[in-house]
Design a protein around this ligand. Structure first.
Ligand code: BG6
Length: 491
């Protein structure tokens, strides 16, 4: 339930994340009447800024196509204030924040405060300490929302965790993985456990392999400073793709409560051995074939001679009764040929006999863009012959749910945090288990200087060995009769 009289403090309010995601999401919630009564939003950052400049920043990523939305945005800006504090590790600035908050809360019996840390990892620990020391509410709930990177490996993630522990209880911490706020990711448990025909086939007896693919058509474009320290594996695979894998693979939770769901997620992660370097390929993008797009190394923010992977594909296994032997093939890359995130579950061959080489069934869960779920299946080609054809059962959201708006991931997650629902946030032991799977591989790649990523042209499908790599784990590509799933035209 929503607590009235809540203050949301966005720390790092002058940064990119706040501008592009946090404030637009908060406004989205206001627009749809999901913010609690009496809400106050405080932007806090080091930059000196007037109230007007701050409001201009808040507005910069919010479109106001109608006068009604313009009115709502005015209302929204009416409960936003800004405060600067020169240093993130000095008492006096947080005493200043406390004073500002107390002023806004004057006369209230209950004071609920949510601290959203849109901050670089380097200041994360001092700020969480300062907030506890000076700004912890005396009578009301306190929550802290934090964003990745949660460390760079198991060791650094534990350090961060230990630094938080004395000040913040696990139930007060909301670790965001924004993929968990995406509509189609939230649908995975319903698809699996709400449909007997999926549920009963969801195991090693029927599924041959699972692919989880993340593709972006743009490179680091100026964000190379951050990216180079992390690389594609830490940036999207250890978190976003692994979360999707966990939801696909976990057993049915006892209930939809946060702890029941997270218990099952941890259980599946603990059943996964660390990823072995022999089951991994890495790549880094080069100039596009026509020369118009730069290579990764030409990005000015990237250090010379960088070995940072901008593409990786790897295979994970789960040692349990349901999944033993089934390869989960993860693929992620920047500067590829298209934008898409999808899950592709390939079923086994039908037993031979009456058909020769009939293509396999595939269930595709398209996370973005253009959310859809479809099954590639074989059917009789209408007519007088017994010829078969590949076709599909297709749930495309734009067609089926055309009058419903799909919420932004951040809207959905901030609303959960306001309600105190942890289901779609990462628990401490879950984070630990996920780093354990990736850390040996990451250290191996970091330490062995002779391992260099394979080049691939900007705008291509990735390194040329990719298809051979995927098929070596059993994936069968079939272009039967030139079959292609047809997307609806954009609009
Ligand atoms: C972020 C990564 O976590 O996720 C980015 O740091 C990536 O590199 C982004 O572009 C992708 O998110 P989305 O919602 O655009 O798929």
């Amino acid at each position: 339930e929503l607590k009235e009289n809540t203050v949301i403090v966005v720390l790092g309010a002058s940064g990119d994340l706040a501008k592009k995601k946090t404030f637009p999401a908060l406004f989205g919630l206001h627009k749809n009447n999901f913010l609690p009564k009496g809400i106050q939003i405080v932007g806090y950052a080091r930059s000196k800024m007037s109230h007007e400049e701050f409001i201009k920043r808040v507005r910069s990523n919010i479109a106001t196509p109608t006068s009604e939305i313009e009115e709502q945005l005015k209302e929204f800006c009416g409960f936003c204030t800004y405060l600067d504090g020169e240093k993130y590790d000095e008492d006096k600035y947080f005493q200043g924040l406390e004073k500002h908050l107390a002023g806004l809360e004057k006369g209230q019996k209950e004071t609920n405060r949510i601290f959203y840390m849109a901050l670089p990892p380097s200041v994360f620990i001092p700020v969480s300490e300062m907030l506890k020391k000076h700004c912890y509410p005396k009578n009301g709930i306190a929550r802290i929302i934090i964003e990745k990177p949660f460390g760079k490996d198991l060791g650094s993630s534990r350090e961060l965790q230990h630094a938080l522990e004395p000040n913040w209880k696990e139930e007060e911490i909301f670790r965001i993985d924004h993929y968990l706020g995406k509509e189609m990711v939230k649908n995975i448990l319903i698809l699996r456990f709400g449909n007997e025909f999926f549920g009963s086939n969801w195991n090693r007896n029927h599924i041959d392999n699972v692919q989880i693919t993340f593709k972006e058509p743009f490179g680091t474009e100026g964000r190379g400073g951050y990216f180079d320290e992390f690389g594609i594996i830490r940036d999207v695979m250890q978190n976003h793709l692994l979360q999707v894998l966990t939801l696909l693979a976990m057993e049915r939770p006892i209930s939809f409560s946060a702890e029941d769901i997270r218990d099952e997620k941890v259980r599946v992660l603990r059943g996964m051995p660390a990823i072995e370097p022999k089951n991994v390929i890495i790549g880094q993008y080069e100039k596009s074939l026509d020369g118009s797009k730069p290579s990764y190394k030409e990005d000015e923010s990237v250090p010379k001679g960088s070995r940072c992977p901008t593409f990786a594909s790897m295979v994970a296994y789960i040692k349990n009764e349901r999944w033993d032997g089934v390869p989960f093939i993860l693929k992620a890359g920047k500067a590829l040929n298209e934008q898409k995130t999808e899950v592709r579950i390939q079923f086994k061959d039908v037993t031979s006999g009456i058909f020769k080489d009939i293509p396999r069934n595939e269930l595709v869960i398209r996370i973005q863009p253009n959310e859809s779920v479809y099954i590639k299946m074989n059917s009789k080609l209408p007519g007088l012959s017994m010829q078969t054809v590949v076709t599909e059962l297709d749930l495309t959201y734009r067609r089926r749910f055309s009058d419903l708006k799909i919420p932004e991931a951040y809207e959905s997650l901030i609303l959960d945090a306001l309600k105190g629902d942890h289901s779609n946030f990462v628990r401490d032991d879950e984070l630990d288990a996920s780093w354990r799977i990736f850390t040996p591989l990451l250290h191996y790649l970091d330490d062995n200087k002779e391992i260099v990523p394979m080049g691939y042209p900007y705008g291509s499908r990735g390194p040329s060995v990719l298809d051979d790599f995927t098929s070596s784990y059993g994936y069968k590509f079939s272009d039967a009769a030139g079959y292609q799933w047809s997307n609806l035209p954009e609009n």
